[in-house]
Ligand binder design. Structure first.
Ligand code: AMP
Ligand code: MG
Length: 404
C-alpha cells in the first residue's frame, strides 16, 4: 500500500503530454504552449507618443516657449509628418511621432490648442516617447514552450495579431459511475436509492482543470454493464470510475478492468478518506478507480488525479496550492495513515487559522462543502494539537482574497 507521496510518484511517472493541437486564443486560457513563440516584429513597431500632447524639439522648449502648431496626428494615422524647428505637432496617445521630434509634452503642461502652444514646464529629452523595440526586440522569445497561458499571455499573442496558439493537447477524460443504487440526475430518488452526484461533480472538476470531459453515465452492478461502459472509458486518455472498488460482493470494477487489460499499479493508499483508490494503466492510458463515497472521491481527485491531468496538459507546477495554517483544535488520527482533514480557514494575523469544518466522518458531505481546504496530516503522527502548523491544500483560491 503506497503512501500518498509514493502513490503520486507512481502516477506521475506514467503521466505524459499527448501531442499538440492548435486552439483559438479565446479557448487557450489555462492551457500550456507547446512551441516557443518569438516576436515576429519589434514592439512597439515604431516610436510613438505615450501621452496626448505635443511633439516638440526639446531645444525649442526653453521656459514659456511659444511654438506654432503645424499639424495633428491622431492614433492610427499613417501620414508621414515632419516637425520643423520652432514648431509643435499635436499627437494623441499611440500616434507615430513625427520625424525630428525628441520629446512629447503632455497637454497638462501646455496652454493653447489652436494656432500656438505655450510650454509651461521643463522638458526632458525623450520624455513620453515609447521607442520602437523598447518592450520587445524582433525575434525575442516572448513565451517559451511550457508557458501556462493566462490573460497576459493571451494579450501578448494577440498583440502580434495571432488568432491561434499551439498547445499541448487537452486530455480526454472519461467518467463512469457504478452501482445499482444510482439514479440519473433529474429522476425521482426513493429511499434506498441515491442520485449519481459523483459523475457530475468529478466532471466539473475535470472540466475546470482544462481537460475534455466525456460523461459515460452509470454502469450497473453486472459484468455485462461494466464491460459495455468500460470499453468506452478505455478509449479515453484518462478513465475515472467511482465506487465498486472495495471488497463488497458486487464490487466489480477492478475485476472487470483487469479482464479488459488494465495493469494494476496499486489498489489502495495509506490515507483516509480515500483509502480504497486503485490506479492502473492500459498502454499509455491512465485508469483511476475512485471510492464511491463523494467526499473521498473528490479529495482523491484533487490529490492524485488532477496532478496527473495537469502533467498531461504540460504543467510543471502540478500539486495542489498549499498554505501553512495553525490548527485550532486537537485532532486524533491513526498512525500509519495520512489524514485529510476538512478545514475552514480564517486570516489570523501572520498565519491562517485552520478550524475543522464539521464532523469528519467520510459520509458527511456538508463538511466538505463548508471547507476552504484539506489539511494533509502526514501518516507518522498519531495526534495533532491546537497550535500545530499544518499544510492546507486549497479547494479554491477564494480564501486568499479574504484579506483583500
Ligand atoms: P462503494 O464504493 O460502492 O461501496 O460506495 C460507497 C458509498 O458511495 C456508498 O454509500 C454509495 O452509495 C456511494 N456512492 C457510490 N457511487 C456514488 C455516486 N455516483 N454518487 C454518489 N454517491 C455514490
Ligand atoms: Mg457499490
Amino acid at each position: 500500500m503506497p503512501s500518498l507521496e509514493e502513490a503520486r510518484r507512481l502516477i506521475l511517472e506514467r503521466a505524459h503530454t499527448l501531442g499538440n493541437e492548435s486552439v483559438e486564443l479565446i479557448d487557450s486560457m489555462g492551457l500550456v504552449t507547446a512551441k516557443e513563440i518569438a516576436a515576429p516584429w519589434q514592439m512597439p513597431m515604431c516610436d510613438n507618443s505615450a501621452m496626448d500632447g505635443f511633439a516638440v524639439r526639446r531645444a525649442d522648449c526653453q521656459d514659456q516657449a511659444r511654438l506654432r502648431i503645424t499639424g495633428f496626428i491622431p492614433a492610427g494615422s499613417l501620414e508621414e509628418v515632419q516637425l520643423d524647428p520652432g514648431c509643435a505637432v499635436k499627437v494623441m496617445t499611440g500616434a507615430r511621432i513625427p520625424a525630428g521630434c525628441d520629446a512629447v509634452v503632455p497637454y497638462e503642461h501646455t496652454e493653447g490648442r489652436d494656432e500656438f502652444v505655450t510650454i509651461k514646464a521643463p522638458v526632458r529629452e525623450h520624455q513620453h516617447i515609447r521607442f520602437a523595440g523598447s518592450d520587445l526586440r524582433c525575434g525575442e522569445i516572448v513565451l517559451p514552450a511550457g508557458t501556462v497561458i493566462r490573460a497576459p499571455e493571451i494579450s501578448m499573442m494577440a498583440s502580434f495579431s495571432m488568432s491561434h496558439v499551439t498547445v499541448f493537447r487537452r486530455p480526454r477524460v472519461a467518467i463512469l459511475s457504478t452501482g445499482d443504487e444510482l439514479v440519473e440526475l433529474g429522476e425521482p430518488v426513493v429511499p434506498g436509492r441515491i442520485a449519481d452526484s459523483n459523475g457530475v461533480a468529478l466532471a466539473a472538476m475535470v472540466k475546470s482543470s482544462g481537460a475534455v470531459v466525456e460523461l459515460l453515465g452509470i454502469a450497473r452492478d453486472t459484468h455485462a454493464s461494466h464491460v459495455a461502459k468500460m470499453s468506452l472509458g478505455l478509449q479515453a486518455d484518462i478513465f475515472i470510475t467511482s465506487a465498486g472498488v472495495s471488497v463488497g460482493d458486487r464490487d466489480l470494477v477492478r475485476e472487470v478492468l483487469t479482464e479488459m487489460g488494465m495493469e494494476q499499479v496499486f489498489y489502495s493508499i495509506e490515507a483516509r478518506p480515500g483509502g480504497p483508490t486503485t490506479f492502473g494503466v492500459k498502454g499509455d492510458r491512465l485508469i483511476f478507480c475512485l471510492p464511491g463515497n463523494p467526499v473521498a472521491s473528490m479529495i482523491v481527485f484533487d490529490e492524485l488525479v488532477k496532478p496527473a491531468i495537469l502533467k498531461a496538459m504540460g504543467y510543471k507546477r502540478i500539486l495542489p496550492p498549499v498554505i501553512r495554517a495553525v490548527l485550532q483544535e486537537d485532532v486524533a488520527k491513526k498512525p500509519g495513515l495520512a489524514k485529510f482533514l476538512r478545514v475552514r480557514l480564517e486570516p489570523g494575523g501572520e498565519r491562517f487559522l485552520a478550524y475543522s469544518s464539521g464532523a469528519q466522518t467520510t459520509g458527511m458531505l456538508k463538511t466538505l462543502a463548508r471547507a476552504d481546504g484539506i489539511a494533509v496530516l502526514p501518516s507518522e503522527r498519531s495526534s495533532y494539537s491546537a497550535g500545530d502548523e499544518v499544510d492546507v491544500h486549497l479547494i479554491s483560491d477564494h480564501v486568499l482574497r479574504l484579506e483583500a
